[in-house]
Unconditional design. Structure first.
Length: 348
């Protein structure tokens, strides 16, 4: 089976890498990464794996399967086009938008499977299989790898808890312009170290502002990693807003505080006023909120067995057995135009 891992944004790397590693364990499997140069100026793994920045190369590779964490993939590429999602943010409307680019949706858990199954019955041109989310395989394997680093960090700061601030980048949803003063107050008043990890697409002026804050505050640490997962595994509590990282953290059975989330169903402590941040932190062990986290763990993604990527690859193989390998995806003119505008044309 020839596999393409479609990496449009930096955050996709840690979603796709577990699939890459699992695929290499299979016989007669070759893997090619597509890296979208307009959004990824430097690919961190350029010396470690086979990749291309050319859509023409992907077409010439003639994949059987394309795994995509984003919302779009060129319709004219051969292969089963598989949506594997870039997170769990069900409150964002675009999570449920069917753009007709995909043949197969691999859902994370029962909550998502129910809705996408309903949508598949409506549109009748894609299949749904529940597998879990690929990133969870890496998380389960490495969950305790950073315990020593965390212990040393806290010891160096002479503090007891590690907090993570990981907001969204969206101008209309982010807490970045509103919460800075209260983050500083929290660090000053509580026995904590605060890690700051901003989304790769965050506006540069906010990046500069918060990076400067970390240089000014002894117990605030700036993180430059392209992925937030390591920080999530280390942190005891996360502060955010309307970000899919909220659900990733809840699935670790750890408490979250958000500022002005747009989520309708809230399984954590949400505040509407930044001045309530310290009170919210002091209430993180609330049993009612902890019970809500358990519901998320059971319904959003219960697959902690380390076999998600194996299920994904098996689902792809079964789809090919049943339907064959499509040469391209049938789309309306607007979707074709969007695809070509984003990724360019190829020579067939």
């Amino acid at each position: 089976m020839k596999i393409v891992l479609f990496c449009e944004n930096l955050y996709a790397i840690d979603i796709l890498m577990p699939i890459h590693k699992e695929a290499l364990l299979m016989d007669s499997t070759s893997v090619l990464w597509y890296v979208h140069a307009p959004k990824i100026s430097h690919f961190p793994l350029d010396d470690e794996l086979r990749y291309t920045t050319s859509i023409q190369d992907v077409y010439d590779f003639s994949p059987d399967v394309i795994f995509v964490p984003g919302n779009i993939v060129p319709y004219y590429l051969p292969g089963v086009k598989i949506q594997i999602f870039h997170g769990y943010a069900a409150e964002k409307k675009d999570h449920w938008v069917i753009r007709r680019y995909f043949d197969l949706y691999l859902t994370q858990g029962p909550f998502f499977t129910r809705k996408f199954t309903e949508l598949s019955q409506k549109y009748k041109d894609f299949s749904v299989v529940e597998t879990g989310w690929s990133k969870q395989d890496w998380i389960q394997k490495h969950r305790n790898d950073f315990d020593v680093e965390k212990k040393e960090l806290l010891a160096n700061h002479k503090r007891g808890k590690l907090l993570l601030y990981a907001p969204t980048f969206s101008k209309s949803l982010t807490s970045l312009p509103h919460i800075k003063t209260e983050l500083v107050n929290l660090v000053h008043q509580e026995d904590v170290v605060l890690l700051i990890k901003l989304h790769p697409l965050t506006k540069q002026e906010w990046v500069d502002e918060y990076k400067q804050l970390a240089t000014q505050e002894e117990h605030i640490v700036w993180l430059d990693d392209f992925d937030v997962t390591k920080a999530q595994l280390m942190a005891d509590v996360m502060i955010s807003d309307t970000s899919s990282t909220v659900y990733e953290f809840l699935l670790l059975d750890k408490p979250v505080i958000t500022l002005r989330t747009i989520a309708k169903d809230i399984y954590w402590n949400n505040i509407e006023d930044p001045s309530l941040l310290i009170d919210a932190y002091q209430n993180i062990d609330n049993k009612e909120i902890a019970d809500k986290r358990k519901w998320v763990m059971q319904n959003y993604d219960p697959y902690t067995d380390g076999q998600v990527c194996r299920r994904m690859l098996d689902a792809a193989a079964r789809y090919i057995e049943q339907h064959g390998v499509p040469r391209e995806r049938k789309l309306n003119i607007w979707r074709k135009y969007t695809s070509i505008k984003t990724f360019g044309r190829i020579k067939k």
